[in-house]
Design a protein around this ligand. Structure first.
Ligand code: PMP
Length: 296
């Protein structure tokens, strides 16, 4: 079954890009989430959320959520494979690749005001389920505990296994915050000394698809600030520059939020004398090829 192939993504060491940038005793590793069948980290949360909806017997209704793209694609893939109907609210300016993939999976799209970003899509989904509660079941990835639990159950144990328990620092971007919250909880439960560092965009108008600037956004209910040992703010251009360098110097083609994650990981690693810094690259650069400003 397709869903059985979600998770167990490769963890690779970034030796070339960290050379010179971090002390010799510090290792930087990244988990490549584009290896999931739906092409992003969101397969993990989407499958946990949909499995729970199936168990609760609500999949006879039309499933509804908002997403800036990757969660919608993950839902779309799984709903197609399992025969569920899905409506997705997403900002009108979501890129061409995302909309084409969603349509290919048969997802019904409701396009929302681009100026309101992902918060506009959230508000539209809330209004739809309020108006027609008999028609829709709202999956609500921003409030659904299955989102972070997916990472507690899979991402954290994979990192512990693949570093043989050597991980000292965990760095991840914040979107719905599921990746950071669930993985941090899982890592700290096994080793409370592991430091968990969150990465956000440095301002409200950023180009880091999938990430949220929490001070100016609807804060997801699942967010837990007590897990944050340090929070870093990634400048958009610095994240883009590292995204391009990952392709050129490591042969790893990823999206802008991966550049932000690496910016955070290198920032942390450069201040250590020894340690194993692990981050996660949420998706592939192939999902952004139509965005000319991102690439040389
Ligand atoms: N990067 C990208 C490209 C994403 O699609 C997402 C999901 N919104 C994230 C980062 C953040 O992941 P999470 O929702 O688990 O915080």
């Amino acid at each position: 079954m397709l869903v059985e192939r979600i998770g167990n993504t490769p963890l690779v060491r970034l030796e070339r890009i960290s050379r010179g940038a971090v002390p010799a005793g510090v290792e930087v590793w990244a988990k490549l989430e584009s290896f999931n069948p739906g092409g992003s980290v969101k397969d993990r949360a989407a499958w946990a959320i949909l499995r729970d909806a199936e168990a609760r017997g609500v999949t006879n209704k039309r499933l509804l959520d908002s997403s800036s793209g990757n969660t919608g694609i993950a839902y779309g893939m799984i709903c197609a494979a399992r025969g569920h109907r899905l409506t997705l609210c997403l900002p009108k300016n979501a890129n061409l690749e995302r909309k084409k993939i969603l349509r290919a999976y048969g997802v019904a799209l409701v396009e929302t005001d681009p100026l309101e970003g992902s918060d506009g899509a959230i508000r539209a989904a809330r209004a739809m389920v309020e108006a027609e509660p008999e028609t829709y079941h709202y999956l609500d990835q921003y409030s659904n505990d299955e989102n972070w639990r997916a990472h507690l159950a899979t991402t954290a144990p994979e990192i512990l296994r693949d570093t043989a328990g050597r991980v000292t620092h965990w760095v991840a971007g914040l979107g719905t915050t599921g990746t950071f919250v669930g993985t941090s909880r899982g890592l700290k439960a096994i080793n409370p000394a592991i430091r968990c560092i969150s990465v956000q965009p440095s301002g409200p108008f950023h180009g880091l698809e999938g990430l949220k600037h929490l001070p100016s956004a609807l804060v997801p209910r699942i967010y837990d600030a007590t897990l944050v040992d340090e929070n870093l703010e990634a400048p958009t251009e610095a994240a883009y520059a590292l995204m391009r360098r990952l392709a050129l110097e490591e042969g790893i083609l990823v999206g802008p939020s991966s550049g932000a994650a690496l910016w955070g990981a290198l920032n942390v690693a450069s201040r250590l004398s020894s340690g194993v810094v692990v981050t996660l690259f949420p998706d592939s650069g192939e999902r952004y090829l139509s965005e000319a400003h991102l690439w040389p």
